[in-house]
Design a binder for this molecule. Sequence first.
Ligand code: NAD
Length: 488
Amino acid sequence: MPYQMWINGAYTAGHSGKVIEVHNPATEEIVDTVPAGNAADVEDTVVAAQAAFPAWKKLPAGQKAEMLHEVAHKLTERTEEFARLLTLEGGKPLIENRDEMGWSAACFRYYAEIGRNTRGRVIPSVEESQLAMVLKEPYGVVAAIVPWNYPILLMAWKVAPALAAGNTVVLKPSEMTPLSTLLFAELFAHFPPGVINIISGYGSECGEPLILDPRVRVIAFTGSLATGQRIAQLVAPQMKKLHLELGGKDAFIVAEDANLDIAVPGVAWAALLNAGQVCTSTERVYVHESIAPTFIERITEYARGLRLGPGIEPDTDMGPIIGARYREKIEMQVAAAQSQGARILTGGRRPPHLERGYFYEPTVLTNVNHRMAIMSEETFGPTIPIMTYRSFDEAIALANDSKYGLGANLYTYDPLKAKRFFEEVEAGTLWINDPLTDNDAGPFGGFKMSGMGRELGEEGLDEFRETKHVHWDFEGGLKSWWYPYGNK
Ligand code: NAD
């Protein structure tokens, strides 16, 4: 069966009669097509999600938890199938996509459990004859809009808590990687119709009608800063709940006591995982001047040794960039840096042996500064621009000199430096000696222009719950502070 949308518990090709071609970024060939959803499809999904909401809200949390566990179970069984499809549409090496499946299954299990364990709390009441409670309640229909770099994981981070909290969901994957998400409908088949719906389409034709629909109460969006800003502007008059996970320009500080046998592969991994197309990719490296020459020499050697190729081949270390215009952006930043005085130690070009596909060599640059776009704007590519620093004060100031604040990394075994780092660096996640590791229980999100709100952890569940304060007086008598009655 061709790929279809999943609306109200049934597959549909939608109303437009048009399709979107999905390309393999490693070969530029068409993998398959998906329906190009439009406003009429959005109407169908929102009607279905709204109709399903009252019963889903009331379903006991334990039963919701069982359904979420079943998703995790089915996903684990079908890891290989999903990993291959993700590699074909998104380009990541198979090994990385297997990891993505494992992390996604873990996220469904995590929210299955915390969703059934928390409903709010009882708080001290004003008087003895009273009960005061804080209740957490679902909003209603949630729009979950996801980018192409981690389609299943970032879907899981939104859909699992939204469903666990009792909301119903309309999910829209990126038009570049919709296949794995549409296939995922099979893993949701045991949910009541309308509780989870999946539509495919472009941001303008499908995403905008969805976010603008007044029946949609929450927008949970992961994507670029520009799209996040547009969404915020568009929905401002409606005052709906907005959760934005946007871009980053993560710094990595390597202190003088770092063990370079670990720090070199650690920084390289943080910068080059998924060809640098991770929201928390390391995009700026600050190395203490005393170890800089050795560090730079060794990381350049490391980057040179990586094998580029289609992710579907088992010996590939690094896959392609997702598309032509994304590679052009990287090329423009590198060329501009070079013209401003940067030195390219390796990379800085398309690999000559790969004629098809949007490949770009891992690129190490020195002589860079913060006036260059490569040190101030998100690159989203396999670049490692390196600056040296003298004092830790300087390193922290450099790390904070960014409009973004998603994550930051440090290698040190000096506890005083570690403490200063996590207290003074303005970022949502601070990794010390273990770059980029996610923890389902650890909230994830950005400071500054990297976004608003948090995914994962209890905070990630609360993004999908309204808070109610209930003040209940069992006796309900006259109160002494009611003027003038209290004086009688
Ligand atoms: P993008 O903003 O182009 O698209 C993201 C999603 O939004 C897609 O599904 C797209 O169809 C949809 N969209 C686009 N315009 C829309 C509109 N006007 N209304 C509604 N929906 C619209 O981003 P991308 O290129 O797919 O992803 C890369 C970006 O995502 C990078 O900037 C990266 O840093 C960011 N990202 C952030 C995180 C995080 O957790 N902070 C995680 C991964 C990726």
